[in-house]
Write a protein that binds this ligand. Structure first.
Ligand code: FES
Length: 158
């Protein structure tokens, strides 16, 4: 079964309706679409562009300007390795390397099975837990490279 949700025009219409089709709510509309599909599918962007009477290129400009938007499908789980100063000093780069090796992707990429997207972050304010890895909203503190497989294992079947 495909992990990419099919774009249903009625769902996009529902999101547009919840913001009263307001152009000044464009960012929030895109946020809701991203939340629904975990990325911004072109079919959904076309519906929004038509509805708000905006050129599609303008939507792509907004989508590429904000780092929180993705034009590519994202993994079911987001792994974020902290590379802020405290985490960096306590081995963050080695932990990142291990995630890259085990997942077979580089930071910023998604595994082909769409299970995981690997990212880096710069300090999430939990330096006492360094080195820190976030999976979705779970904090994995004092991580070691040897724990990488165990961490991923917790999410592989979810
Ligand atoms: S440097 Fe990683 S949480 Fe602060």
């Amino acid at each position: 079964m495909s992990k990419i949700k099919e774009v249903r025009p009625e769902k996009v219409a529902e999101i547009l309706e919840s913001f009263e089709h307001r152009v000044d709510s464009l960012i929030m509309i895109l946020q809701d679409i991203q939340e629904e599909y975990r990325y911004l599918p072109e079919d959904a962007l076309r519906i929004v562009a038509d509805d708000l009477d905006l050129p599609l290129s303008q939507l792509y400009e907004v989508a590429t300007f904000y780092r929180s938007f993705s034009l590519e499908p994202r993994g079911t789980h987001e792994v974020k390795v902290c590379l802020g100063t405290a985490c960096h000093l306590r081995g963050g780069p080695m932990i990142l390397e291990n995630f890259e090796r085990v997942l077979g992707v580089k930071a910023g990429q998604t595994t082909p099975d769409l299970d995981f997207t690997l990212e880096t972050v710069n300090c999430v304010g939990a330096c006492a837990l360094a080195p820190l890895v976030l999976v979705d909203s779970d904090y994995h503190g004092e991580t070691r490279p040897s724990k990488v497989k165990d961490i991923l294992g917790k999410y592989s079947q979810k």
